[in-house]
Write a protein that binds this ligand. Structure first.
Ligand SMILES: NC(=O)c1ccc[n+]([C@@H]2O[C@H](COP(=O)([O-])OP(=O)(O)OC[C@H]3O[C@@H](n4cnc5c(N)ncnc54)[C@H](OP(=O)(O)O)[C@@H]3O)[C@@H](O)[C@H]2O)c1
Length: 323
């Protein structure tokens, strides 16, 4: 394993490797005042990137972060990219709006939703599958030429979650029988399994290009993500922690992650982007700033499932993605 797992603040990683971010063009989804994506934008701005492309569903979401960056790093260019990840047309339009951007050094997929009541994206897919995963598949397909144009050491980093340990892709019933079989927690876990499996296959395909590809567990951070959790959710989690470890889909026990700050949540993304010690682990799942593939279960490690997911994603997005 490269590195040993350690919860670290983003500032610590930036101190070590921040220079690698200077002059770079970086696209971040999921930017808002209190989100991990917003914190990540702030942290990266300290290292003088050339251009931060901040994406959200409305410009007002990024206004607070933009103002803070203008105040602390006025030389950093900021561009807002309007994109609803629950709408393929919006994603395609946003990608087309980047025509004048010659290359993207770091593509950071941070946006996501957790445990919403059943709903479908504009294109008719269960919302967690659509927003957390299918949107990323489509965006990588559309923007990969720009990442390739950035050359070796460019990165694609995809947010996932420790709940991947409970997730498998529902190949036969990805829309949960129009909500009849929907369990918000199982669907969140499943969307994260898809994120990690996609990254595994993408990493395998892009390793020879020198592009860094990682999925990330940011740990447990109190953000807007818990908005769909039932009242008392945080207390429930504390009670479950006292009851002992959980078991993953292989029956392997694992502990609940401790609560951490947004800076600590963003840190592993930065590790994925620039830490040279993990470069050879392209495609891996990272947790606490270290390679954590040993945390994954059989369904996720099954290469046939990676291929099956790729084909399903091509079909659902209507986008052939050959590499
Ligand atoms: N926080 C944690 O403990 C934790 C743990 C494990 C994994 N994660 C992962 O970390 C990521 C970031 O979560 P967070 O904690 O920063 O949550 P957050 O504060 O809720 O931020 C999520 C961001 O995603 C955006 N988003 C949601 N739906 C969207 C859509 N359809 N189109 C465009 N943007 C959309 C949200 O924008 P709106 O405000 O417009 O909805 C928000 O800016 C998620 O992918 C999550 O799965 C978080």
């Amino acid at each position: 394993m490269a590195n040993s797992p350690q919860i670290l603040r983003s500032e610590v990683i930036m101190e070590k490797y921040g220079k690698k971010v200077a002059g770079k063009t970086i696209l971040i989804t999921g930017v808002s005042d209190d989100s991990i994506g917003g914190e990540l934008a702030m942290q990266l701005s300290a290292a003088n990137p050339k251009l931060l492309i901040l994406s959200a569903r409305s410009e007002s979401k990024v206004a607070g972060i933009r103002a803070k960056i203008h105040a602390t790093a006025p030389e950093v260019q900021i561009r807002f990219l309007n994109m609803d990840l629950g709408d393929f047309a919006s994603i395609r339009k946003a990608a087309a709006e980047l025509d004048d951007v010659s290359h993207i050094d770091h593509l950071l997929f941070i946006a996501g939703v957790m445990f919403p009541p059943y709903s479908k994206t504009k294109d008719g897919f269960e919302s967690q599958l659509g927003i957390n995963y299918l949107a990323n598949f489509l965006l990588v397909k559309l923007l990969l030429p720009k990442v390739r144009a950035a050359g070796p050491e460019a990165s694609i980093v995809v947010m996932a979650s420790s709940m991947v340990r409970l997730g498998k892709v529902e190949f036969e019933d990805y829309n949960y029988s129009d909500g009849k079989t929907y369990d918000p927690r199982a669907a969140y876990s499943s969307s994260n399994a898809a994120r990690v499996m996609f990254v595994k296959r993408l990493g395998e395909k892009l390793k020879s290009d020198g592009i860094r590809v990682f999925s990330i567990d940011p740990g447990a951070v109190q953000t807007g993500l818990q908005r769909h959790c039932p009242p008392g959710f945080i207390d429930q989690v504390e009670e479950m922690k006292k009851a002992g470890p959980m078991s993953d889909l292989d029956g392997k026990p694992y502990p609940f992650p401790p609560w951490t700050s947004t800076s600590e949540g963003a840190a592993t993304v930065i590790t994925g982007m620039v830490d040279p010690t993990i470069a050879e682990y392209c495609g891996s799942y990272l947790n606490q700033n270290a390679v954590a593939d040993h945390e994954l279960h059989t369904h996720i490690n099954d290469k046939d499932n990676w291929a099956r997911l790729w084909e399903l994603s091509e079909r659902l997005t209507g986008e052939k993605f050959s590499l």
